[in-house]
Design a protein around this ligand. Structure first.
Ligand code: 5GP
Length: 200
């Protein structure tokens, strides 16, 4: 049986790097590709980072009930399709989703066995410094992201696990251990143990 891992965090907490690195480390993990109406950033590739679509296409997907969840995040639509998860699970891999806190809660409601992991910044001050350093957003957007982060962080208590990204290597090790633990735990269910002993 496959696992579904949902990773969420306010912007600037290192979530994208953690998800990218963990997907490289564990080849059983496959990242779902969301749809978005946001403009492509420099270096991003359509179909790899996101499926970049226009509003009309996104709305048609909503009407066709293609999304397990979708949200308006910073004035752009983002959504996870049922198919993006189904295809991974059907291939026997574990799915890893990098989505916002509202999407995390919606998916947990529909798939309670999904494992939600919330990445926290050491402090809000540090988060602001990181957003400035990465240089992706205007000052106005950074201030908006910070005030949203204060609110978003409260949602961490609804996740199954939290990881504080103070030291990146330690945060990545924690994520590695957590995912491996879930994998071992799941493979040690009674039914699997029974079939193991039956085959001995
Ligand atoms: P960015 O534009 O920086 O790539 O992403 C903005 C926010 O949207 C991030 O918090 C990201 O995790 C979130 N996001 C990306 N894909 C999805 C999705 O499919 N659903 C939801 N709810 N949020 C998403």
């Amino acid at each position: 049986m496959s696992n579904i891992f949902i990773i969420s965090a306010p912007s600037g907490c290192g979530k994208t790097s953690l998800v990218r690195d963990i997907s490289r480390i564990y080849d059983f993990l496959e990242l779902t590709i969301s749809c978005t109406t946001r403009k492509m950033r420099k270096g991003e590739i359509d179909g790899i980072d996101y499926h970049f679509v226009d509003q009309a296409t996104f709305k048609a997907k909503i009407n066709n009930r293609e999304f397990i969840e979708h949200e308006l995040v910073y004035d752009n639509y983002y959504g996870t399709t049922y198919n993006s998860i189904r295809n991974i699970v059907n291939s026997g891999n574990d799915a890893i989703l990098e989505i916002d806190h509202k999407g995390m809660i919606k998916i947990k409601k529909q798939i309670p066995s999904a494992i939600s992991i919330y990445i926290l910044p050491p402090t809000l001050k540090e988060l602001k410094n990181r957003l400035i350093d990465r240089g992706l957003d205007t000052k106005e957007v950074i201030n908006k992201r910070i005030s949203n982060a204060e609110n978003e962080l409260k949602f961490s208590r609804f996740s199954d696990f939290t990881i504080v990204n103070d030291d990146y290597d330690i945060a990545l090790s924690s994520l590695k251990s957590l995912i491996l633990y879930q994998k071992i735990f799941q493979n040690t269910t009674i039914s699997r143990l029974n079939s193991y002993f039956e085959s001995c």
